[in-house]
Design a protein around this ligand. Structure first.
Ligand code: AGP
Length: 605
């Protein structure tokens, strides 16, 4: 989704802005641009395509300025053209604005502005903003007043940064789209996400919806819509610049797959009590969830699969739990009865559909809990409580380490909820705690020994790829297929193994390899489905810890996972499937970290 970067106070603004745009590439975009202010006034360059193409154009235009704003655009209003790329300006070319989000009432504003003589040069919703600012300046407002007045006219979601007239300042605000402030040594940065400025500073202010920021070379002020100062704490992030870059790996996705043992260690750190065999969540002391009667898990994509996984665990422990695709939550109108806990699962904490579901849940009276990777993200502010998964920054569009950490954190949460609701730990609590404590090492074993590359190579010319599983292996099958399709562009589908005979079996041929996931629970039933697909000539790749038994005997290939508790085995199986998807996409030479048409963070519904 669109990315904003801005800086002021640096010796030269072009380098930090370009490096910020490069670091925001993971969000997904189709064009990029920047505007800088120097001795010659405002200069602007924008280009369709990659940030590297913008970099060449910037060099050609000899762009030079002491402060500026930059943007990566993911088209929502108007095609992918240089004109529609940000920054947008007014007719005078003296005001420049970058925007992330959607301005809902842009059409009526545009009609009004055009009637007042404003001439638009793009099809975007954003362009109304510089024209609105210009109107106010014409009426005698100061730049800050003009910015506030323009923002006051907008409805929808936005993070905005603007350069206005002769003022040596950057004006910014947010409402429903992320924006963070970076505080360096006499240098100030604004960005959609911290990695944009991490080489320059690790001191961050997470802005809230409704905050207005004015940054100059001498400092910054934060105020509310009425202009009253607001106090926001400065936090220090512990990401070194290398953490947010590839660190020697060819792709972020591969790096992040390999970071999983470390990410999982952080997820479980201090949360397992091997002595009592119980869970210790600092955020949720024993008894917190005693009143919970049912759980809704709302999320999208990979996070939804993590929600499905958790719902399966909770239901098996007699806690009614229902996973919902957050974007469908409004339509399915689930009953929010007293004692309903809504858990919103989101890596970014900024997914529009998930935020919308949270708002609906709150309006219906549910208690809400955010399970996210991003400190200070919108979802943490919109929910009553939060549990961080601590996976570290995930840059690749394809979610990998965050799924493992989400499922792990949800497993811990499930144990706490069961204990609170029933008054006693689940029957398998001690075994699960033990399995989770071994999980980082087990994942490492897979990373060290996986034969996934050979499997990907052997089946690279197939017609389609199917993934099947039962219980927690069902969401893992869906996740395996999602990963495979999104980065390889090959047709891949996941099914509940039980569903095969009811339709999908018609698709199975000798040219459709089937990945069958075995966790140690209900394996016999899944094995009978394996025999059904084999009878139709399909090659079977079993993901299992059963290396020498009946499953291995029937499978054409085994992707082996260490023996563990069945509730945890799905996390391990998923790592094998991440690797298969990665190698398949690499063999096809796909742009793995930035698959076509996709964005890391989907901030529009
Ligand atoms: C999967 O690889 C994708 N990145 C996507 O499905 C993602 O999980 C979804 O858009 C939800 O994002 P979130 O976790 O940031 O809310």
């Amino acid at each position: 989704m669109c990315g904003i970067t801005a800086c002021i106070g640096t010796a030269d603004s072009v380098d930090p802005l370009m490096s910020g745009l490069k670091r925001l590439e993971y969000r997904g975009y189709d064009s990029a641009g920047l505007a800088v202010k120097g001795q010659d006034g405002l200069s602007l360059t924008k280009r369709v395509g990659e940030v590297s193409e913008l970099a060449s154009a910037v060099e050609q235009d000899s762009l030079d300025g002491t402060f500026g704003i930059g943007h990566t655009r993911w088209a929502t209003h108007g095609g992918v053209t240089n004109e529609n790329a940000h920054p947008h300006t007014d007719e005078s070319g003296n005001i420049a604005v970058v925007h992330n989000g959607i301005i809902g009432n842009f059409q009526s504003l545009r009609t009004e502005l055009e009637a007042n003589g404003h001439v638009f040069s793009s099809e975007t919703d954003t362009e109304v903003v510089p024209h609105l600012i210009e109107e106010s300046l014409r009426d005698g407002a100061t730049p800050e007043e003009a910015f506030r007045s323009a923002v006051g006219r907008l409805s929808g979601t936005y993070a905005l940064a603007a350069i206005i007239g002769d003022e040596d300042a950057i004006f910014a605000t947010r409402s429903g789209s992320p924006l963070v402030l970076g505080i360096g040594d006499g240098e100030y940065f604004l960005a959609s996400d911290v990695p944009a400025f991490i080489p320059y500073t690790d001191r961050v202010v997470y802005l809230h919806d409704g905050d207005f920021v004015v940054t100059t070379r001498d400092g910054y002020t934060i105020s509310d819509a009425a202009g009253r100062p607001v106090d926001r704490s400065v936090e220090t992030v512990d990401w070194d610049p290398e953490t947010a870059t590839k660190g020697g790996y060819e792709h972020f996705m591969y790096k992040e797959i390999h970071e999983q043992p470390g990410a999982l260690r952080r997820t479980i750190h201090g949360r397992l009590n091997p002595l009592s065999g119980g869970v210790e969540l600092e955020e949720f002391p024993s008894g917190t969830f005693a009143d919970v009667r049912q759980i809704h898990l709302v999320a999208m994509g990979t996070s939804h699969h993590a929600g499905m996984y958790a719902a399966s665990l909770l239901s098996a422990l007699d806690i009614p739990a229902f996973p919902f695709m957050a974007g469908e939550y409004a339509v399915t109108v689930p009953p929010v009865t007293p004692g309903t806990l809504v858990i919103a699962v989101s890596q970014s904490g900024e997914t529009a559909d998930t935020l919308d579901a949270v708002r609906r849940a709150r309006a219906a009276g549910a208690k809400t809990l955010a399970l996210t990777n991003v400190v200070g993200s919108s979802i943490t502010r919109e929910c009553d409580d939060e549990l961080l998964i601590r996976a570290g920054p995930e840059i690749g569009v394809a979610a990998t380490k965050t799924f493992s950490s989400q499922v792990t954190a949800l497993t811990l949460l499930a144990e706490r909820i069961v204990e609170d609701v029933t008054g006693t730990a689940s029957t398998d609590a001690a075994e699960i705690i033990d399995a989770l404590s071994r999980l980082p090492g087990d994942v490492q074993e897979i990373l060290d020994t996986s034969t996934s590359r050979d499997v990907a190579a052997e089946y690279q010319d197939s017609d389609a790829y199917f993934f099947i599983g039962r219980g927690v292996a069902h969401p893992v099958a869906l996740e395996g297929a999602l990963k495979f399709k999104e980065i390889s562009y090959e047709h891949a589908e996941g099914f509940a193994a039980s569903e095969l005979k009811h339709g999908p079996l018609a698709l199975v041929t000798p040219f459709t390899p089937v990945f069958a996931i075995f966790t140690g629970k209900e394996d016999e039933a899944t094995l009978s489905n394996v025999k059904e697909v084999q009878a139709r000539g399909a090659p079977v790749i079993a993901v299992t810890s059963d290396r020498d038994g009946e499953i291995a005997e029937f499978a054409d290939h085994v992707l082996s996972i260490p023996e563990t508790h069945p509730d945890v085995a799905g996390i391990l199986a998923n790592v094998q499937l991440q690797l298969v998807a990665y190698h398949a996409a690499k063999l096809l030479d796909r742009p793995i970290d930035k698959p076509r048409n996709l964005a890391k963070c989907v901030t529009v519904e």
